[in-house]
Ligand binder design. Structure first.
Ligand SMILES: [Fe+2]
Ligand SMILES: [Fe+2]
Length: 203
């Protein structure tokens, strides 16, 4: 968002106008302004973990594609990362669906949670495919890895776009809508019933 020129009248002769400064994204604002104990912080920390795992997956698929390093070790690493991402995202998606999406729908907001929940199903499918394909290649390391690269590439792209939309659009929307007394206590109560793969220190 750019800062407009409203209110500039009469500035002439008063010295240099101050720079509007860098534009911040909603997620940067969230990270700076949310209280340390706010329930959304765990959601943000889980996104950071999932994004890191997707980046590592990207790196090891690239190593495998370019024959960098040991093929067996790269395949083992890819399978391990796929399993970690699967575990982290299952818990995280359950937290979103049970603690946030129901509250959104109760306020008449259906489109975003419906789309995001469909994408959670896509995560499940791609993660299962990737785990299976990596295990198969571990047993036959010289087999064609094309299907594995396709599944990994789709999962990495989905992770990045899904998390970006939630950080930049969903979470700011939730903060704007969840204003009723006690609602964040309820989000926290539901969230506490779901174990997380991360500590909130993940960044
Ligand atoms: Fe999500
Ligand atoms: Fe998410």
């Amino acid at each position: 968002m750019t800062q407009g020129s409203q209110g500039d009248g009469g500035r002439k002769g008063r010295g240099p106008r101050s720079s509007p400064g860098p534009t911040l994204s909603p997620s940067v604002d969230l990270d700076r302004n949310l209280p340390l104990e706010h329930p959304l912080r765990l959601f943000l920390a889980e996104h950071a973990l999932m994004r890191r795992l997707a980046d590592e997956l990207d790196e090891y698929c690239s190593r495998l594609a370019r024959n960098r390093g040991n093929r067996i070790e790269n395949l083992a690493k890819i399978r391990g990362l796929a399993l970690e991402l699967q575990s982290a995202s299952r818990a995280h998606h359950r937290r979103e669906e049970e603690a946030l999406f129901g509250q959104l729908r109760a306020r008449g907001v259906h489109g975003p949670p419906d789309v995001l929940e469909t994408e959670h199903d896509d995560f499940d499918q791609l993660e299962a495919d990737l785990v299976r394909l990596a295990a198969e290649l571990q047993l036959a390391p010289q087999a064609d890895p094309t299907a594995l690269f396709q599944a990994a590439s789709s999962l990495i792209a989905l992770s990045r776009s899904h998390i970006h939309r939630e950080n930049e659009v969903l979470f700011p929307m939730v903060l704007e809508l969840f204003t009723r007394d006690g609602i964040w206590d309820e989000v926290q109560r539901v969230s506490d019933t779901i174990p997380s793969s991360t500590s909130e220190d993940e960044s």
